[in-house]
Design a protein around this ligand. Structure first.
Ligand SMILES: [Zn+2]
Length: 278
């Protein structure tokens, strides 16, 4: 990804998406926002106990950097693979709507000029999809649960059926998420993938023999969210040179991003956002 700094905000763009006309996008670090500890400082999640004034201000800053006239739309994640199409009618009219006004799902899609999509994440992968032929955009939220349900595969299926997207034309960017270096998981995670042949074959698990400071050894099962999603995309036929990984682990880089796992839940969520310019 390419690092950018605007005012005090540090943010990142995919090489693949950077020069596409009428598309703005960015993955925002935690640096340059209005929130205080433990949400310091560019937290964009409104449902984790942070005061709404700071969240509103942070979302405004993200919206401004992406040069969007209107508020960006997000929904409540279900850790599954339900799609929610953002249209002129249902997109956010205010920066922080009331909880009752917010829908559920894990795949945001749009072809509406002026519509902006975003997720607030801390370890889960934000996955950007763009179809240049139909000027169609999707932004998917995939942690281990969504990945085990094939959220990236479901996004491709939705874009094909709704927008007639061709697999070999789609461009995909997988944003910063927790890496295998920091992500020990239980056997239950591997078992979830065993429900489906393709999902199990594309899942990236590794076993590490580790000794803790007290001298106790155990086998540590690690899961690679970004690599597994990349494998799913390749299995669907997306060309390898149409997929870009951020190469950044949220757990290793709590200076730059929020990590729910490493910061033991007491942290904010950073924004991954994209918009079709009007
Ligand atoms: Zn790491």
């Amino acid at each position: 990804m390419i690092e950018q700094t605007t005012q005090d905000i540090q943010w990142f763009q995919f090489h693949l998406f950077k020069d596409i006309p009428n598309l703005s996008h960015g993955v925002f670090s935690r640096i340059g926002g209005a929130s205080s500890a433990p949400y310091h400082t560019l937290n964009t999640a409104s449902s984790i106990g942070e005061n709404l004034e700071a969240v509103t201000e942070n979302r405004r800053r993200v919206q401004q950097i992406l040069q969007c006239k209107d508020p960006l739309t997000t929904i409540k994640s279900e850790h599954a693979k339900h799609a929610y199409e953002v249209t002129h009618e249902n997109r956010y009219k205010t920066v922080c709507p009331t909880p009752q006004e917010i829908s559920f799902g894990d795949i945001l899609l749009t072809v509406t000029p002026g519509a902006g999509l975003f997720w607030s994440v801390a370890d889960c992968a934000p996955i950007f999809f763009y179809d240049p032929a139909h000027h169609a955009l999707a932004l998917t939220h995939a942690g281990w649960r969504g990945t085990a349900k094939g959220a990236a595969i479901a996004t491709i299926t939705e874009m094909r059926s709704r927008y007639s997207s061709n697999i070999n034309e789609l461009l995909v960017g997988i944003g910063p998420c927790i890496g295998a270096c920091c992500y020990e998981v239980g056997e239950n995670v591997r078992q979830e993938f065993q429900r489906d042949k393709l999902l199990f074959e594309t899942a990236s698990f590794t076993e590490h023999f580790v000794t803790d400071p007290a001298g106790n050894s155990h086998t540590s099962l690690r899961f690679d969210v970004a690599q597994t999603n990349k494998n799913q995309l390749l299995a669907m036929g997306i060309p390898e040179d149409h997929i870009e990984l951020s190469g950044m682990c949220t757990g290793c880089r709590t200076d730059l991003f929020y990590s729910y796992r490493v910061e033991k839940g007491k942290t904010g969520r950073f924004a991954a956002a994209a918009a079709l310019r009007a």
